[in-house]
Design a protein around this ligand. Structure first.
Ligand code: PEP
Length: 204
């Protein structure tokens, strides 16, 4: 098994029932894999996989109707994705504070950024995702990925995983593995067939 990290952002592509069926039938992971299902599907476990939440609120336990806090997520999963551009576009902010709170409660943080500017360097993984590459079919060049990853690497501690995200597919993931420690994959990961194809592209 290579140590390339495959992070799967299922967004809201599937219904909870579809996600439940997928989670019950996950293939054997061929690389370290994190699934970020919708919040409604958190809580399942599967050998070899880690799970994460797609977002969180900056709140403590208490009277916060409709919110989701780190203390709750920490019982259900290992990771939280912070700063995804689709969340930022809906007003998500205070990313550094959220990262601090999440880590202090035992969650690992994957920070999403669209440039080399980090909200905080104190995270477990950073996913570099140019805005124009997310969900567009346009993938960044190897040169751009290498340059961004090197720039981000100079700001974080050793051991922080650096991923590329943006229109990653089975056809391009092997080339992305040349320049990044992992990939954050959206639509191409949101089916069992897609997941299997990504594993095959990475490991043969
Ligand atoms: C993402 O959700 O972070 C993403 C990169 O999506 P896609 O792979 O569909 O472009």
């Amino acid at each position: 098994m290579t140590d390339f990290l495959l992070a799967c952002n299922w967004k809201l592509f599937c219904s909870p029932l579809q996600e439940r069926a997928m989670l019950a039938n996950l293939p054997e992971p061929k690389v370290p894999t994190i699934i970020f299902p919708s919040l409604l599907s958190l809580g399942s476990k599967h050998p070899g996989y880690q799970f994460g939440a797609q977002r969180m609120d900056l709140i403590d336990q208490g009277a916060h109707t409709g919110a989701i806090g780190a203390y709750a997520l920490a019982e259900l999963c290992e990771w939280v994705l912070l700063g995804h551009s689709e969340c930022r576009a809906r007003g998500d902010n205070k990313i550094a504070e959220k990262a601090h709170q999440a880590r202090s409660l035992g969650l690992k943080v994957m920070l999403c950024v669209s440039s080399q500017e980090l909200d905080t360097p104190n995270v477990d993984a950073v996913a570099y995702e140019p805005l124009w590459a997310i969900g567009t079919g346009k993938v960044a060049t190897p040169e751009l990925i290498a340059e961004a990853i090197a720039g981000i690497r100079s700001q974080v501690s050793q051991g922080t995983k650096l991923l590329y995200g943006g229109s990653v597919t089975p056809a391009n993931i092997a080339s992305i593995a040349q320049n990044a420690d992992g990939a954050l994959v959206g639509s191409a990961s949101a089916s069992l067939e897609g997941l299997q194809k990504l594993f095959t592209a990475l490991t043969g």
